[in-house]
Design a protein around this ligand. Structure first.
Ligand code: HEM
Length: 437
C-alpha cells in the first residue's frame, strides 16, 4: 500500500489494512463478491476454528484428561460452572459444523472448477486441512469418556488391525497399548489440543496465501463467452471484508442459537465391559463402517479409502479437455448429468445394500477361494467395472466432454457415499441388521 494512503488512514486503520492485505489481494474481481459464487464457505471454517480455539481454551480449565476423572469433569462443567453447558455446546456443534462446512467448501471448489492449473496445489493443501479437521473431530470424540465415545473409538481403532503386517502395530501405537485406556486418552488429548491446532494454524495461512497469490478466488463465468465481459476490479477493503464480516457474524449467531437449543450429547460413563448394540462410528465415518459390512475389512478400511484419497489428490493433475474454472457444474449439460448421477445413486445404492445383505455372499458360495478375493477383489472389480460403464454410457448418451463425464462420476460416488452413511446412521439396528428407524 502506498505511504500516502497509509498517512490518510491513520495508524490503526493502516495496521488493519496491512493485516487484511497480507491475506487478500488489494483488489478483487467484482463478480467474485457474489454470494452464490463461494457462499462464504472458505471463510466459515476459519471462523469456526477461532470459535473452537476460544471455547477449547475455556474447557481446558475444567476438563481432566484421565479415564477416572474425565466424565465427572464434564458433568461438573455442565452442572456447576456458569455457562459451562453452553460453552461445551458451542465447542461440540462448531466442531461438527466445521466438518460439514469444510466439505461443502471442497464441493464448491470442485463444482466451480477452481482446482485446476495454478490452484492445483492449493486443492492438495485443502485436502490436508480437511484431513486435519477430521482428526481433530475424531480425537475430540473420545474426550468426554462416555459410552458413545469409548465404544466408537474402540471400534474405529479396532478396524486398523486389518492392515496385514503393520495393522496391529499401528493400532497399538494409536491406542498407546492393546486397549483403549489412559494412554489412548493422553494421546488423543495431546493430538486434539496441541498437534492438530498447531498444524491448522500453520497450514491455513499458507492456504489463504495461495489464494492471494493467484489474485483471489476463481472468477465466475456464466457462459462460454463470458470471458469477453469487462473485468471490473474493486478494492478488497471494504468490499470483500464487509461481506466476510457479515458471513462470519451470521455463522456465529447460528452456532449460538443452535447451542442454546440443542445440548451436546453425553451418555452414561464409559464401561469397557458393556458394549452398546449397535456400536456406531462417528457420523462422518459411518459411510466407511457401512462399507465394512459389504467388503472384506482390508478393502473397506484400507484399499477403498486409499483409492479415494489418491484419486482426490491426483484429480487436479488429470488431463481435462477444457478450462472449467468459474462455471458452476461446468455447463447446463453438466448440471443435467449431475442430476442423473444423483438419481442413479438413489436407486442403485440401496438396491446393492439390500442385495448384498440378503442375497449375495460370494464368500459362502466360493469357500475355497481366499476371503479377500471373494469379499474384496471380486466385489471391488464389479464396482469399478460398473463405474467405468457409467462413465462411458453418460459420455455417449449426453455427447459429453471428459470434464462433464468425470464430474458425473464424482457426483455418483459422492451421492452413494452419503446414502451409505444415511443407511448406516438410521437404518442399522442391533447387530447392524437392516431395520426401519
Ligand atoms: C479448514 C479448512 C479450510 C479453510 C479454513 C479454507 C479456507 C479457504 C478460503 C478462505 C478460501 C478463499 C475463499 C473461498 O474460496 O471461499 C479458500 C479457497 C480454496 N480452497 Fe479452501 N479452506 C479449507 C479447506 C479446503 C478443502 C477441504 C479444499 C479442497 C480439497 C480446499 C481447496 C481450496 C481451493 C482450491 C481454493 C481456491 C478456490 C478458488 O480460487 O476459487 N480448501 N479456502
Amino acid at each position: 500500500m502506498s505511504p500516502e494512503i497509509q498517512n490518510k488512514q491513520g495508524p490503526k486503520q493502516a495496521l488493519f489494512n496491512n493485516l487484511i492485505l497480507h491475506l487478500h489481494p488489494p483488489k478483487v474481481h467484482e463478480r467474485t463478491l457474489e454470494l452464490a459464487h463461494t457462499w462464504g464457505l472458505g471463510g466459515m471454517p476459519l471462523v469456526l476454528v477461532m470459535l473452537l480455539t476460544l471455547t477449547g481454551i475455556l474447557l481446558m480449565f475444567v476438563y481432566e484428561p484421565s479415564p477416572k476423572l474425565a466424565y465427572d469433569s464434564i458433568i461438573t462443567l455442565q452442572e456447576e460452572i456458569w455457562f459451562g453447558q453452553l460453552i461445551r455446546n458451542i465447542h461440540h456443534w462448531s466442531g461438527n459444523i466445521l466438518v460439514i462446512v469444510s466439505f461443502l467448501h471442497l464441493l464448491r471448489v470442485f463444482f466451480t472448477g477452481a482446482f485446476q492449473g495454478a490452484r492445483s496445489f492449493n486443492w492438495v493443501i485443502g485436502l490436508c486441512l480437511f484431513f486435519l479437521v477430521l482428526i481433530s473431530n475424531f480425537t475430540g470424540y473420545l474426550l468426554p469418556w462416555d459410552q458413545l465415545a469409548f465404544w466408537a473409538i474402540t471400534i474405529c481403532t479396532g478396524m486398523l488391525e486389518y492392515l496385514p503386517g503393520l495393522g496391529l502395530w499401528l493400532q497399538n501405537m494409536i491406542r498407546g497399548g492393546e486397549d483403549v485406556g489412559q494412554a489412548t486418552l493422553s494421546i488423543f488429548f495431546t493430538i486434539h489440543v496441541v498437534i492438530v491446532p498447531l498444524c491448522l494454524f500453520l497450514l491455513m495461512p499458507f492456504h489463504f496465501w495461495r489464494v492471494r497469490k493467484v489474485g483471489g478466488v476463481v472468477v465466475p463465468r456464466s457462459s462460454v463467452n463470458d470471458s469477453e465481459e469487462k473485468n471490473i476490479y474493486v478494492s478488497t477493503v471494504p468490499n470483500l471484508v464487509i461481506r466476510e464480516l457479515v458471513v462470519g457474524l451470521v455463522l456465529i449467531a447460528f452456532v449460538m442459537v443452535f447451542s442454546l437449543i440443542f445440548d451436546a450429547p453425553l451418555e452414561a460413563k464409559a464401561n469397557p465391559g458393556l458394549s452398546p448394540n449397535p456400536t456406531k462410528a462417528p457420523w462422518y465415518f459411518i459411510g466407511l463402517q457401512e462399507l465394512f459390512l459389504h467388503f472384506h475389512p482390508l478393502f473397506a478400511v484400507w484399499i477403498i479409502p486409499i483409492l479415494v484419497v489418491c484419486s482426490l489428490i491426483i484429480l487436479p493433475y488429470l488431463k481435462f479437455d477444457s478450462d472449467m474454472a468459474g462455471y458452476w457444474f461446468h455447463s447446463p449439460k453438466g448440471r443435467q448429468m449431475g442430476v442423473f448421477a444423483v438419481v442413479t445413486a438413489l436407486v442403485v445404492t440401496p438396491l446393492i445394500v439390500f442385495i448384498s445383505d440378503f442375497f449375495v455372499d460370494f464368500t459362502a458360495w466360493l469357500p475355497r477361494i481366499p476371503g479377500f478375493v471373494t469379499g474384496g477383489l471380486l466385489p471391488l472389480t464389479l464396482v469399478l467395472v460398473s463405474i467405468i460403464a457409467f462413465y462411458i454410457a453418460v459420455k455417449k448418451a449426453y455427447s459429453a466432454s471428459n470434464n462433464e463425464a468425470i464430474q458425473s462420476v464424482f457426483i455418483l460416488l459422492l451421492s452413494s457415499f452419503v446414502i451409505l452413511a444415511i443407511i448406516g446412521y438410521w437404518f442399522r439396528g442391533p447387530g447392524m441388521a437392516l431395520t426401519w428407524p
